[in-house]
Every structure is written in C-alpha cells, then in structure tokens.
Design a protein around this ligand. Structure first.
Ligand SMILES: NC(=O)c1ccc[n+]([C@@H]2O[C@H](COP(=O)([O-])OP(=O)(O)OC[C@H]3O[C@@H](n4cnc5c(N)ncnc54)[C@H](OP(=O)(O)O)[C@@H]3O)[C@@H](O)[C@H]2O)c1
Length: 245
C-alpha cells in the first residue's frame, strides 16, 4: 500500500463524520466524491480571514486554530457561518488543513503537528520571501516552500494553492467583477481534486498547475506580484489572472 493510499482510506472514513456545529449553517455543497465539508485553518491573520470567508461562502464549515485562541475568536466573530475555534493543540476537525502562517512558522507548526496531520490534505499558501532584503526567496533554488513542507509531513498530502491571491481579494471574492484564479499544484490527484472542489464551491476558478514541484514557479509568481505592488499603487487589491481561456 502506497503512502497516499493511507491518506485516501482515512479521507474516505472522515467524510462521514464531519458534523455542522450550528443548525443554521448552510449545507455543504456536493461537488462530487472528493467534496469535503470542513476545513481547518491554522492561523488567524489576513489569509485566514480571506480563505475562511470564501470557504464559508462555498458552504464549508471552518475551524480556526491559533496559538492565541482569542485571535481565532476575534476572527470568528467577523465571519458568518459554521465556525469553531481552538488552540494549536485542539483536535483537528477538517479534512483539509490550511497553514495560514509565515513560511518558517508553517514548517515548525507542521513538524509539531505531524502526527495529527497524517492523512490530511494540507494546503501550503506561503510565499517564502526573504523579508530582510525583499529580493529573493529563502527556499533552495531547486525546491519550493511546498516541497520543503512535504518533507516535514511526508504522510500528509501537501497542495499548493492561494499563494497568488491577496487576502483582501479573497474576502471580496472577485476583482473588477472577475472570478479569482487559484492555481493549484499537487502530486496526489485526490488531494488536488479536494482543493479544486473547495475553490470552485467558493466561487473562484481553479487552475491545475501540475505537480507539487510547480510550486517553485507559483512562488515566483507570488513574489513577483508582491514586488510590483509599488508600481501598481500599493493597493494589494490586484489579482493574477489568465484570460482568454
Ligand atoms: N497576505 C496576503 O495577501 C498573502 C497572499 C498570499 C500568500 N500569503 C501567505 O500567507 C501566509 C499568511 O499570511 P498573512 O497575511 O495571513 O499573515 P498574518 O496576517 O501576519 O497572519 C499570520 C498568522 O500566523 C500566526 N503565526 C505567526 N507565527 C506563528 C508561529 N510561530 N506559530 C503559530 N502561529 C504563528 C499569527 O499568529 P499571531 O496573531 O499569534 O501572531 C497569525 O495568526 C504567509 O505565508 C504569506 O506568505 C499572504
């Protein structure tokens, strides 16, 4: 049995156990056999707000975990839908886990939570920019944040997504009336399909960017999008979009 056969077996079992915490919650949207009803977001900052907003709009329940639960609670109070909160030691209820953390924190939290992340789809959203120079990525030239994360949690299925979408645009869900494009890279087909279902349920366009190693290029795009903000008015409200398809 291969590594991700373990993931698939656990995933199938988990689909039948997710329970909404509020009777007023919207029903999860059925998007096929890979649909998942709850996502866990670790971190309670800007990207947690954006991804939680979109996931809730798509009918998913959201669990927000933060090292300071009061920050998770503050964010939860801004949101509408089925939201639970906890600390990093809380039981993870989502089948998809988003690490909405700086790159170095994502690696250390993943290492800390390696056992409970086993069999989960783990979304890496990071742009591993060297913030001291804002002139390079800190990852090795032949790798990416997502690939480095996969090494830390080999029994999880790491998926790269959302690194090219700014937090504010995720909250609004569109830029100039156009759906956001979310490029998704992963080696595990079922994990990728689960993230595609999340993205499409949330009203965005999912673009299959290929295997996890394509994260190297996606992180370059994310960095470039950040680096050109000064030229674009520093609004951080722009979107990277492929048109003509
Ligand atoms: N912002 C964007 O538009 C954008 C777009 C694409 C990708 N990203 C990527 O998304 C990730 C998150 O960005 P963000 O803008 O959401 O950042 P943020 O607003 O600063 O939020 C970061 C979160 O990480 C938590 N955190 C930081 N260090 C931690 C640690 N060592 N252990 C546990 N939690 C820790 C913070 O908790 P505390 O509140 O307790 O400090 C906070 O909840 C980054 O990797 C970034 O590259 C951001």
């Amino acid at each position: 049995m291969g590594l991700f056969d373990v993931f698939r077996r656990k995933d199938t079992a988990a689909k039948h156990t997710s329970t909404p915490t509020s009777s007023s919650a919207p029903a999860p949207i059925a998007t096929g056999s890979t649909a998942m009803s709850t996502i866990t977001i670790i971190g309670a900052g800007n990207m947690a707000r954006g991804i939680a907003t979109r996931a809730l709009a798509g009918g998913y329940g959201v669990q927000i975990l933060s090292r300071d639960e009061s920050n998770a609670g503050t964010l939860a109070n801004e949101l509408t839908g089925t939201v639970t909160t906890g600390t990093l030691s809380a039981a993870i209820t989502g089948d998809i886990v988003v690490l909405a953390l700086p790159y170095d924190a994502a690696l250390s939290v993943a290492e800390q939570l390696r056992d409970v992340l086993t069999g989960k789809v783990v979304i890496d959203i990071t742009n591993p920019v060297d913030f001291a120079t804002f002139d390079r990525l800190v990852t090795p030239d032949d790798s990416s944040a997502a690939q480095e994360l996969q090494k830390v949690i080999p029994a999880s299925a790491v998926v790269k997504a959302f690194n090219t979408t700014f937090a504010g645009t995720l909250v609004s869900g569109a830029v100039e009336g156009q759906k956001l494009d979310v490029a998704i890279a992963a080696d595990d087909a079922e994990a990728k399909a689960a993230v595609v279902a999340l993205v499409e349920s949330a009203g965005m366009r999912a673009i299959d960017a290929g295997p996890l190693k394509r994260s190297h290029q996606l992180e370059g795009v994310g960095f470039l999008h950040m680096a050109i903000q000064g030229q674009l008015g520093n609004t951080w409200s722009t979107a990277v979009k492929v048109i003509g398809a």
